[in-house]
Design a protein around this ligand. Structure first.
Ligand code: MG
Length: 162
């Protein structure tokens, strides 16, 4: 197997009233939250898919079906930890993650450092290995209309030394 492998993840969730907005495991004050079977943390879902993708291990839906009762309202950090365990079991460790959240509201910049720290803590890696960025959709399309948000993420993994 190669020394380095890269994975890509993408996720979309719809905004809904009466739901908490949780991104990167951090609760963010918002009028609306994201709809989903789990805690709907689109950021952690995209990163989980990027890690699984790096080793061609399928996607989050394959490992955690949304038809399964045990995944209902489940914390997405469980999915992320599981994906990284698989990466490590396959002899790889994280190089770095870079993710972009696309949303009109709320402004995420004030929470970015907290999100980075939280994700680094879940994976037990350095904060410098986790990059989180935020942008808007310039009021265009479903993100621009505030219907939902989307996240893109890439993860680089490196073959471990042992
Ligand atoms: Mg999702």
């Amino acid at each position: 197997m190669q020394n380095f492998r890269i994975g890509f993840g993408y996720d979309v969730h719809r905004f809904a009233e009466g739901r908490k907005l949780i991104l990167g495991g951090v609760e963010i004050p918002s009028e609306k939250g994201l709809l989903g079977h789990s805690d709907a943390d689109a950021l952690l879902h995209a990163i989980t898919d990027a890690l699984l993708g790096a080793l061609a291990l399928g996607d989050i839906g394959k490992h955690f079906p949304d038809t399964s009762a045990e995944n209902k309202n489940r914390e997405s950090s469980d999915f992320l930890k599981y994906a990284y365990e698989l990466v490590k079991q396959n002899g790889y460790e994280l190089g770095n993650i870079d993710a972009t959240v696309v949303t009109e509201k709320p402004k995420l910049l004030p929470y970015v450092e907290q999100i980075r720290k939280n994700i680094a803590g879940v994976l037990d890696v350095k904060v410098e290995q986790i990059s989180i960025k935020a942008t808007t959709s310039e009021k265009m399309g479903f993100v621009g209309e505030g219907e939902g948000l989307k996240v893109y993420a890439v993860a680089l993994v490196e073959k471990g030394t042992e």
